[in-house]
Each structure stands twice: as C-alpha cells, then as structure tokens.
Design a protein around this ligand. Sequence first.
Ligand SMILES: Cc1cc2nc3c(=O)[nH]c(=O)nc-3n(C[C@H](O)[C@H](O)[C@H](O)COP(=O)(O)O)c2cc1C
Length: 478
Amino acid sequence: MLLHNLVRRASPGSAFLPLASRTLHSSPRASMPSDKISDYASGQAAPVWPQDKPLALTLGHFVPAREGHPPAGAVPADIVPEGASRPKLFDPRVQLSASNSGLALKNRVIVSPMCQYSAKDGFPSVWHLSHLGSWALHGVGSIMVEASGVTAAGRITPQCLGIWKDEHIDAHASLVSALRTVAPGLTVGIQLAHAGRKASTWSPYHRGEKKHKDYVTDAEGGWEGEVVAPSAVAYGEGWITPRELSTKEMEELQEHFIRGADRAFQAGYDFVELHAAHGYFLHSCLSPLSNKRTDAYGGSFEGRTKLLLDTVRAIRSKYPNKSLWVRVSGTDFAEHVEADGQATWNGDETKKLAPLLDAEGVDVLDVSAGGLVPFQKISPKPAYQLEFAAGVKQTKPKKMLVGAVGMMEGDEYPGQVAEDALQRGDCDLILLARGMMADPAWTEHAATELMGVRCAGSPQYHRTHPAKRPPPRAQNHN
Ligand SMILES: Cc1cc2nc3c(=O)[nH]c(=O)nc-3n(C[C@H](O)[C@H](O)[C@H](O)COP(=O)(O)O)c2cc1C
C-alpha cells in the first residue's frame, strides 16, 4: 500500500518512478507462480535470491553527521550520571595488544558470529547488511560476521557465506564499509571456517522434512562427495563418513585459511577469527574423539593442535599489524566417555592450548564449547560455558584477551551476568548471539536500564534513548 502511494505521488519525470516500478514488476518473487510462493513460505521450495535479478535499488552515500556525538555504544566520562560507577562492560577503550593492530574496542560487547544461511554462492546479501546493521545502530563494541567458508566445500550449507574466491572481496568490502558508515568507531571482524564433516548439510530453515543428518546431495546443490575431515569418522550414526585428508591436503587447507585472511583484510575487516569450535574442521583436529590420524597432524596434543597453531603462526607472521582471534570449544562436553577410556578435548587441554596461542600473538581467545559429538552433555543456563573462559583466564595470558559466550545475558537485567563475569575476572569480553537477535538494543539496555550509565546511541535514534524518554512519552512534535 505504501509503495503504491509512493509510485502514484511521484512525478512522471522523477527518478523515483522507474525505480519503484521496476521494483514492483521485476522482483523475482512477484513473477513467481503463487503455488511456489506458498511452498517457499513453508520452507519446501528453493529460495528465490534477489541477486538473480537485482532489484535496482541504489542507496545514497549519506554519512550520518555525528558532530558532538560520541560513537554509539561509547560511554565517555561526561555521560556517566553523577553518582554512578562505570561498569566494566563499558570500559572506554579496550585495547587489543597481542598484535600490533592498535585496535581498541569502544566497549566489551561483541556480536557473536551467527550463520544466516542467506547467501548465494557465498556472497553477502542485503540480508546480512540489515541483520548486522541492527547492532551497528545500537552501539555494540564489535560485530563478527558469521562463519565464512575458506573453501566452497567448507561451507556448512549451500547458503553459507564464503570468502574462498577473490570475487567475494568487493561484496564483503561493501558490507564492512556500510557498517562502519552507520557506526563510526565500530570494529568489524569475520570468522574464517571450514565445516569439515558437518559440511553440505541442510540449514535449519531450508531443511523441510529432512533430518539434520541428511546431507545436501550434489543434485540438490551440495557436495556430498567432497565432505572431508582429519579422519574418516562420521559425526554420528547415520551421518556421512567423511574422506580423510592426506598430509599434503592438510597443508593445503592451511593455505586456504591464509587466503581467506588475505581476502578478509583486503575487504577491510579489522580482524579475522579462526573457527576452531563446534565440531568443525579445526575443532575436529583438536579432539581425540574425531582425530585418529597417525601423521604429524594427529596423536599427541602437539599433533592435534598443529594445524591450528601453524595457521595462527602463518597469519600472524604475514599480518603482524592485523588482529587475529581464535574460537575454540573449551570442551567437547563429553567428559562422561573418558571413564570408558575415550580421550576428549576438555578444559585441561584448552588451558594447555591457551598459553601457546597467547605466545603466538592471538588477540582474543573466544571460548565457546561443544558441537563435536551428538552424545555431548550440556545443561544450558546463564553463563553455562563461562567456566572454560575462566579456566583460560587462570593461565594468566600475557596479552591475549579472553571472550566468554553462551547465555551471557540475564533474564531480567540484561547486563548483570556479563558484568559479574567481568568483575570477577572470569573473562575480558562478552559475546552474545541469541540475546542480541532478540534485543538489538541490548547494549543500550544493559547500560542504561541495568547500570544507570548512559551510553551514546545513534543520533537518528535519539528519541528512543531511555535517558531521553522521560514520561510522559506521548509528546509528538515531529
Ligand atoms: C542463528 C545462530 C547462528 C550461529 N552461527 C554461528 C557461527 O557462524 N559461528 C559460530 O562460531 N557460532 C555460531 N553460533 C553460535 C553463537 O555464536 C553462540 O556461540 C551461541 O549461540 C551461544 O551464545 P548465546 O547463548 O548468546 O546465543 C550461532 C548461533 C545461532 C543462534
């Protein structure tokens, strides 16, 4: 209805009319048979990607004026209310000092990477900008772009983001530049990933009737025959058995991660994170449950950590001035099988790995957990993975910061769980995923509603700021 009115109001010579008409008439969705539309709505049919037929939308290069406004999410001294103490979550300058990147975050709140299954051929889409932009507007300290395949076959699903070819660079550069434009001072990173034995699977919302363990076949746009892992061990019963990579192919995989980092830095990302968690390739090297190799990449702790450490070392020496992060699973959550004589990746091994990563100049160790085996035992509750981050902090990293993730938001008071963890010294950074999607203004709410500390917002959103919304709220002078 709104679009219809706009089209009607536009004068015949206006540039607006052709744009709106094209949008209405050339949209792939509008030209679809109606039975397809309802199929797609219920997740049964192939999605229709706008990139196939560009909508011809052109966004202007408007840069919001921020004169007199500190960066969104920052808490400069003069906006801390009198009598309030600044929470640690809002330390004004969180320096990452393990690398020579000079990178500093404007607070300790980080958007955890979240796959959106919304890319075609690995390219970021308008969805990614909207999704990530929601947090850029609301002042997070940093945003990490979701797991992005360093090879096409290393994607979890055919709709996952990628960074395996040079053609991806421009699209990522546009994404980073748009996010920084709307949120000056924002740090943006990307997670580099290879899905290993969990590749070529269905995304949760393209799956339809299929089960999680049903692979996307070649005919369906997957790469069933190219699912690879450190060892030919299936994730679980009924899952495909991956092909074990040769020693040479393990070395080549390291090169793919380096090329991914090359492209990410060319696109302007502030940091890259190596995804060595959640059962994907690098994690499945670490764990003795999934790594049964007998060459230099298997067996001992040194062998199982070799690919990760070699990759870290290579990226660090090639990019001494860039920030490098690593996500690990602090445990496989499978300690219960150790009693049966099965070794697992656990908190002790994570604590052994941490000083090595610290010594290699990793800026942040982002400590998640689980995802390697279907028989993991997890009891989700607020801060349920924090003990593994706290374990790493006990190793007293010299320069590396430690991130905690996993329900780090409270039910009633959004920032309290995070702030308590920081105050205790259990971690240095807080990563949030589901809580952030549920409340894109989480950062502002944590600052203002919980701790009575104002944090700067986006000037365009000033009417929403709790500190500027005194009752009565009904005034409307716009
Ligand atoms: C929709 C969704 C997508 C996710 N995708 C990724 C991903 O790309 N990489 C990753 O390391 N973790 C991913 N995760 C895990 C989150 O980053 C996070 O570790 C987990 O959800 C626990 O944090 P939370 O309790 O704040 O949600 C994803 C989680 C969700 C909910």
